[in-house]
Design a protein around this ligand. Structure first.
Ligand SMILES: NC(=O)c1ccc[n+]([C@@H]2O[C@H](COP(=O)([O-])OP(=O)(O)OC[C@H]3O[C@@H](n4cnc5c(N)ncnc54)[C@H](OP(=O)(O)O)[C@@H]3O)[C@@H](O)[C@H]2O)c1
Length: 267
């Protein structure tokens, strides 16, 4: 059994993605709390699914309490779990809820890890950045890392302030990549390519390039240069995209705007 008992609070898209990964590795008897859990979160020998904390079996002693509810549900939900402070580590994947804000709902003795995943978690290809709060010990940190590895790659930062730009880069980042696929599809149609083929070309180019990047030890810049023959078509296109007022400036401004918005929403 490689994953110890977990109390999962919120079993929607992210919660159920983590749960599936834990169950594959072998999950000790655990409980998920959600009034309307994702279909994949079926009860079994390893999992009891309940609709509210009142139905959590008395004496249940999880190693970790994982909060995967929406940030707007934090204030009403988290105080119900105070009794686990001092006995379990709290792992939060709620966007924008700071360690200080979470501690104010759980009590000063709570050991809290805050993490920011992204949506490729649904296919175990996510990237999560985690930040340990004061009082989190090595074993608790290691447990949180194993829990988060169920949805992809995990990195750690000690400076919680970095989670704002992390949110802007990897949290929101899948939307930028999906926008790229949308825009390539539209431009292909403008050039006369039939809509079905335009969709196939855009999707497969984005996902195939991602797979190549993941499989290659080379930098993204080196892979780009490898596609760019002098005087060729790619060079002509990149002259447009890489103009100083085009993508370099737009990406920098976009990530700056998202970082500032993350700071505004923090609480
Ligand atoms: N999706 C992303 O891209 C992403 C990225 C980074 C971080 N996150 C964070 O991950 C968290 C979960 O996001 P998600 O996309 O998985 O949301 P979701 O699909 O809406 O899942 C949240 C689940 O929590 C349930 N819930 C609400 N109140 C509850 C309570 N008091 N106790 C137990 N369960 C309760 C919801 O039920 P109802 O539907 O009935 O309300 C829902 O099933 C959010 O805090 C979000 O900020 C998400």
């Amino acid at each position: 059994m490689s994953i110890p008992s977990i109390l999962l609070v919120g079993c929607g898209r992210m919660g159920s993605a983590m749960l599936s990964g834990w169950r594959e590795q072998g999950l000790a008897t655990s409980v998920a709390v959600d009034p309307a859990p994702a279909a994949s979160a079926s009860a079994g020998a390893d999992l009891t699914v309940v609709s509210d904390i009142g139905a959590v079996p008395a004496g249940f002693a999880p190693a970790a309490v994982v909060f995967a509810v929406k940030p707007q549900n934090a204030a009403e939900t988290l105080p119900l779990y105070r009794r686990f402070a001092g006995r379990a580590v709290f792992l939060s994947i709620m966007a924008g809820r700071t360690i200080g804000g979470i501690r104010s709902l759980l009590g000063d003795g709570a050991a809290i890890v805050r993490a920011m995943p992204n949506t490729p978690a649904a296919v175990r290809q996510g990237v999560t950045v985690a930040c340990p709060g004061a009082g989190v010990d090595a074993a608790q940190r290691s447990l949180c890392e194993r829990l988060l590895q169920a949805i992809g790659v995990v990195a750690w930062v000690d400076d919680e302030g970095l989670l704002d730009p992390v949110t802007a880069v990897s949290g929101s980042g899948p939307a930028y990549v999906f926008l790229l696929a949308e825009l390539m599809e539209q431009a292909a149609i403008e050039q006369g390519i039939p809509a079905d083929l335009a969709r196939l070309l855009a999707r497969q180019t984005v996902s195939g390039s991602g797979a190549l990047l993941a499989a290659s030890p080379e930098d993204a810049a080196a892979l780009r240069v490898a596609v760019t023959s002098p005087g060729g078509t790619t060079e002509r296109a990149l002259a447009v995209l890489m103009a100083s007022d085009a993508w370099p400036s737009a990406m920098s401004r976009a990530i700056d705007a998202a970082t500032r918005r993350s700071r505004e929403l923090a609480g």
